[in-house]
Design a protein around this ligand. Structure first.
Ligand code: GLC
Length: 750
């Protein structure tokens, strides 16, 4: 489609109305020009297409669709291929329902475990979140359906999400909150980006030209269009100028007149409006020209894909005495209503009208299983009768499996969690069952982490997050060993909420929430301060064991213009097949810059038969060693001694090899009278100029006269290092004239 020609044929009114949707879920159609309306709809882990009453909170009904495991669950797979495949399945479903853009993936960083939408998000780590987002986008878009990576940016709390300002310094934005979007744009080109509800440093995302145009488009090369979150438009004409292309849901009766008035008074240029229209049309015709409305997909096959995703994502956190997998013929008690009615998806816009839900009880038909509910979903405190009944059931079994978690009234889009506790009565149920039967396994179903004061009293722990509609089958697959668990945590589990680095400031005051922990999010904080945690980032067990060996770097030192190739071997040293997630961390140099101790810069999931060994390879470039320098406005890999570490998780680095990095960056520093001698002397050019000047002044004799005794060179050096340049006037007596300092600065900054 010749989009520019099409826009040139649109009237001003048509263009002004086109940058707002036609209704709750569709773009604006323009019949006169044959431009159809295209549907955009949720969501990241399953199609939420509404044909009747519409809403953005999952309140009204939607068509039947497969409910896949949520972002928090699948992120633990650390499996790009698996997530790409899920994207392909979602793309097929979207095509069959004539959806042009699927509103996902959701990649906001897990700053606090209290965030109500953490169930939808991938991780506390931007590298992992970006890699998985790119895989998801490539999967969906391979079916010629667009995606909408969201929510750009810093939507890391639900509290006052439509008005709160996330106060974040630029380095933290660049290193923590932007990279998942940046990587997705550079590696997968999402057709759209969804701007968030909140403000960032006081500016609403929809009117944030620096973010939407300067960073997103000019720096990262984003080619698609920006769509608002539903109702996230604060000022439509300013948004058009900022590069916020499509207002959703449609609100043209309110905003179109404002756009027309701005065009008329000259505060908005028609060129900016045309650019928005062109970007929207380019994407819509990408879909329209290859729409496949007669796509038919295999619901059962997609349900099985959801089952595989869940089974390869859920995390085995404890397995004492090899209590798992369950042994054939064992009498097993399932306790807890989640075994019968599982918690498998989140509340809000990602909510799916599931095709079919399997519970663990249904999936365990072939096993020798007894059951007791242990709690109700409505209770606000422990139900002692149900707990006693469950304990009796547990006592009579060989193994007791307790299903607990958080009921959806306690975590959802739209509000934050109040604590990290299980739902009322769940903790008491675990304790009663563990007292009744030492062979107790806990299965947790919830969207985020929880505190576990009971963890030492149970032998097994399987953390499921929200495992999608096939959660029951996946649970039994893992409990019985039909599938060997291979998930690892994509977020750190703190021992208690108060240990989390955002704890003191989370949600902020009024409409201001300061990200004062800066770049020290998740393991970047816990590992730096060596805080004990419940389970570290990247932690997960298997029914087999793995050994690592032969870490090799292709060079021991590198310039920041080169790449480093890393290889390592991993072997299955156990008796059953399994998959291992090999994690590569860069241990940062201890230089001038305050940095996390280590950062994830690579991961690969490897399938290994018993005794099988494979070599895994990684390629690192400057970015793997770099921090964001806000003076240079660029990524700088500070010269120094780094290390490449291979870890089973962020706290268990099994192999480590040094690498020296040499920075070729020239950071132009400008100096003034308050610049210290130390800083000036650290700059080669500055050192030469100052050295020459000190010679001219006969610095040593002068200092002796001033101090009355010969000061050692080291003492002089130290005294000088922190002295500002203006101190020369004091030291140099009448030798130092004002014009001399001006000449010195001119030479330094020349
Ligand atoms: C919601 C969510 C967003 C969703 C949109 C449409 O409020 O924030 O993720 O895609 O509105 O439902």
């Amino acid at each position: 489609m010749d989009v520019k020609k099409l826009v040139s044929e649109m009237t001003l009114e048509e263009k002004a109305s086109f940058v707002s949707g036609g209704d709750f879920w569709h773009s604006q159609g323009i019949q006169r020009l044959g431009i159809p309306a295209v549907m955009l709809t949720d969501g990241p882990c399953g199609l939420r297409k509404q044909e009747g009453e519409t809403d953005h909170l999952g309140l009204n009904d939607s068509v039947k669709a497969i409910s896949y495991p949520t972002g928090s669950c699948v992120a633990c797979s650390f499996d790009r291929d698996l997530i790409r495949e899920s994207g392909e399945a979602l793309g097929e479903e979207a095509q069959s329902e004539q959806i042009g853009v699927l509103l996902g993936p959701a990649v906001n960083i897990k700053r606090s475990p209290l965030c109500g939408r953490n169930f939808e998000y991938f991780s506390e780590d931007p590298y992992l979140a970006g890699e998985l987002a790119a895989a998801y986008i490539n999967g969906v878009q391979s079916k010629n359906v667009g995606t909408s990576i969201k929510h750009f940016a810093c939507n890391s709390q639900e509290h006052r999400r439509m008005s709160s300002s996330s106060e974040v310094d630029e380095r933290t934005l660049r290193e923590i909150y932007f990279p998942a979007f940046e990587k997705a744009v550079k590696q997968a080109q999402p057709w759209t980006v969804m701007c968030s509800y909140n403000r960032i440093n006081g500016t609403y995302s929809d009117v944030n030209k620096w973010m939407l145009t300067d960073v997103l488009r000019k720096e990262w090369g984003f080619e698609g269009f920006v769509v608002s979150d539903w109702g996230a438009v604060s000022d439509r004409p300013t948004g058009v100028a900022a590069g916020m292309d499509l207002e959703m849901p449609g609100n043209g009766s309110f905003t179109t007149p404002k756009v027309l008035a701005a065009l008329k008074d000259g505060s908005l240029s028609e060129a900016d409006l045309d650019a928005c229209c062109e970007r929207i049309l380019t994407v819509l015709y990408k879909y329209l020209e290859n729409a496949k409305p007669d796509t038919v997909f295999d619901y059962e096959g997609h349900h099985e894909k959801a089952r595989q995703m869940a089974a390869e994502s859920m995390v085995l956190l404890k397995n004492e005495d090899g209590i798992l997998p369950l042994k054939a013929g064992q009498k097993v008690a399932f306790l807890g209503r989640f075994a019968e009615t599982p918690r498998f998806q989140g509340g809000g816009s990602s909510h799916v009208n599931s095709y079919k839900v399997t519970s663990a009880l249904e999936a365990a038909q072939g096993l020798n299983v007894t059951y007791a509910p242990g709690y109700t979903f409505e209770q606000s405190e422990p139900d002692q009768k149900l707990i006693a009944e469950a304990a009796e059931t547990a006592k009579a079994a060989d193994v007791a499996v307790v299903f607990v978690g958080i009921t959806e009234n306690l975590e959802s889009e739209g509000f934050d969690r109040k604590d990290l506790q299980l739902s009322p009565g769940h903790k008491e149920l675990i304790e009663a069952v563990a007292a009744a039967n030492p062979n107790t396994v806990v299965v947790v179903q919830c969207g985020g982490c929880v505190e576990m004061p009971w963890v030492d009293r149970v032998k097994g722990l399987l953390y499921e997050y929200l495992g999608g509609e096939a959660v029951g089958s996946a649970t039994v697959d893992l409990l019985t060993g039909k599938v060997n668990p291979s998930g690892k945590l994509a977020e750190t589990f703190p021992l208690r909420l108060e240990d989390n680095p955002s704890y003191l400031w989370y949600q902020g005051e009024g409409d201001k929430t300061e990200y004062r922990e800066g770049i020290f999010v998740g393991y970047r904080y816990y590992d730096k301060v060596k805080r004990d945690v419940l389970f570290p980032f990247g932690y997960g067990l298997s029914y087999t064991t793995f050994a690592y060996s032969d870490l090799r770097l292709d060079k021991a030192q590198m310039k920041d213009t080169e790449t480093l190739t890393v290889t390592v071997k991993v072997k299955n040293t156990g008796s059953v097949a399994g998959k291992e997630i090999v994690q590569l961390y860069v241990v940062n140099a201890k230089g001038q810059v305050i940095r996390p101790e280590k950062e994830l810069k690579g991961f690969e999931k490897v399938a290994l038969a018993p005794g099988e060994e494979k070599e895994v390879s990684f390629t690192l470039d400057k970015r793997a060693f770099a921090y964001y320098n806000t003076q240079a406005h660029d990524w700088i890999a500070e010269s120094g001694e780094y290390a490449v570490a291979i870890g089973r998780n962020s706290r268990d680095l099994v192999l480590c090899a040094p690498v020296k990095v040499e920075s070729t960056a020239v950071i132009r520093r400008t100096f003034d009278l308050n610049s210290t001698f130390g800083d000036i002397m650290a700059d080669p050019k500055g050192a030469a100029i100052i050295g020459q000047m000190m010679q001219q002044m006969g610095a040593g004799a002068q200092a002796e006269e001033n101090t009355g005794s010969a000061m050692s060179a080291e003492a002089m050096q130290a005294m000088l290092a922190y002295m500002p340049l203006r101190g020369l006037a004091m030291m140099g007596g009448d030798q130092v004239k004002p014009e001399m300092l001006d000449q010195l600065l001119a030479a330094l900054n020349g």
